[in-house]
Write a protein that binds this ligand. Structure first.
Ligand SMILES: NC(=O)c1ccc[n+]([C@@H]2O[C@H](COP(=O)([O-])OP(=O)(O)OC[C@H]3O[C@@H](n4cnc5c(N)ncnc54)[C@H](OP(=O)(O)O)[C@@H]3O)[C@@H](O)[C@H]2O)c1
Length: 339
């Protein structure tokens, strides 16, 4: 891969700082790093490979000369600035929801639909990075869909507070101290309800039908990435007071009868997946074990006795890594390996 000139919009956030760790962990050849954040972080230094890069604010022309810009500052900023990055000649890899369901934008998880990424000669474009809980789900479902055919999927998620950004982490810490000190628990910057020592069955805004936006992201984005627009998929999302990592209980129905061991072998041999001992029910992945790690872990794989050709599994990943920055970096690697 050639040396890359890289922009990170939202470099001081929890996803942005994970991008910076991963550039170093994967030894990406960085010719230049241009970090962007809000006015309040102007000049703050971001260290990468022992070089210090001051944070800038966004302005016309700020992406000139860059090869790729990772966006992790929320929907409104991506909506306004990702097209500008493309206009100025860079690939824009966007972690927000702004372009995910746009018909003309690729929503990409490299293990699933990386074959659709730009090739040599293709012009810079916006590539959308899916929602964190969608990414780990489709990595697990893709081999099953391809080999056996998926009839239906149901998923319940248990998502850590880092999924709500730095404010989510601060809220958990502050409310935990309030509870432990016997004080009244106040609403946080992100969570209106108490998250400390609690579970909140709502992630994102509530719709008129009672579903929340995270549930619709999982259902719609999974169908788009898997190219299965008619797949019946139902999601129920819950925020829990763990710090980092998202877990999902998944029920899936196949189009044919298959032995559990064959499913485990298929998943274990698939890209990006680590199956945690399906033979020992006492061993399973958890948010704390996946946090700081790169694979999508699968455990508790078993046949569901209640329904034909149906199984359950427990899917766990680091939401800041595979659920955000790692997936974005893998998209960039795939693009620049081809160009
Ligand atoms: N957290 C996750 O697990 C996760 C997973 C998948 C996708 N995402 C998506 O990734 C994005 C970032 O999430 P996050 O969790 O990293 O949030 P975060 O920790 O709150 O970080 C937000 C970042 O945006 C920056 N920002 C705010 N206003 C800005 C402006 N006007 N111009 C430029 N930058 C500005 C902030 O800079 P300051 O520090 O200067 O305020 C900060 O660097 C969101 O779209 C989120 O939905 C997050």
């Amino acid at each position: 891969m050639k040396d890359l000139k890289i922009g990170i919009v939202g470099a001081t956030g929890v996803v942005g700082e994970t991008f910076v760790y991963l550039l170093q962990e994967f030894n990406i050849p960085v010719a230049e790093l241009r970090p962007f954040a809000s006015e309040s972080s102007l000049g703050k230094k971001i260290t990468c490979f022992d070089e210090k890069y001051p944070c800038q604010v966004l302005k016309p022309g700020c992406f000139e000369g860059l090869d790729v810009v990772f966006f992790s500052s929320g929907d409104p900023i991506s909506k306004e600035w990702a097209p500008q990055a493309v206009k100025e000649g860079a690939f824009a890899i966007d972690n927000s929801a702004a372009f995910r369901m746009d018909d003309n934008t690729l929503l990409c998880v490299p293990e699933v639909n990386g074959d659709q990424l730009p090739k040599a000669g293709d012009a810079p474009a916006i590539i959308a990075n899916p929602n964190c809980s969608t990414i780990q789900l489709v990595v697990a479902l893709k081999p099953l869909a391809e080999k056996y055919g998926l009839k239906s999927v149901r998923v319940a998620s248990y998502q850590s507070v880092s999924g709500a950004g730095r404010d989510g982490l601060d809220d958990l810490l502050e409310q935990s101290m309030q509870v432990l000190n016997g004080k009244e628990v106040t609403a946080g910057k992100t969570f209106d309800q108490q998250i400390a020592f609690n579970a909140i069955p709502q992630i994102g805004g509530l719709r008129d039908d009672g579903f929340c936006s995270e549930e619709f992201k999982i259902m719609n984005e999974s169908k788009k990435i898997l190219s299965l627009p008619d797949l019946p998929i139902s999601a129920f999302t819950v925020r829990i007071p763990s710090i980092n990592g998202h877990s999902e209980a998944v029920w899936f129905e196949l189009n044919q009868s298959v032995a559990t061991e064959d499913i485990a072998n298929l998943l274990q041999s698939s890209n990006g997946i680590e199956v945690v001992s399906e033979k020992d029910p006492q061993k399973y992945p958890m948010n704390v074990t996946a946090s700081g790690q790169n694979p999508v872990y699968i455990g508790k794989l078993r046949q569901d006795p209640a329904f034909d050709n149906s199984f359950q599994m427990w899917v766990v990943a680091d939401n800041l890594r595979k659920g955000a920055a790692l997936n974005g970096l893998q998209i960039a690697q795939a693009i620049f390996d081809r160009l």
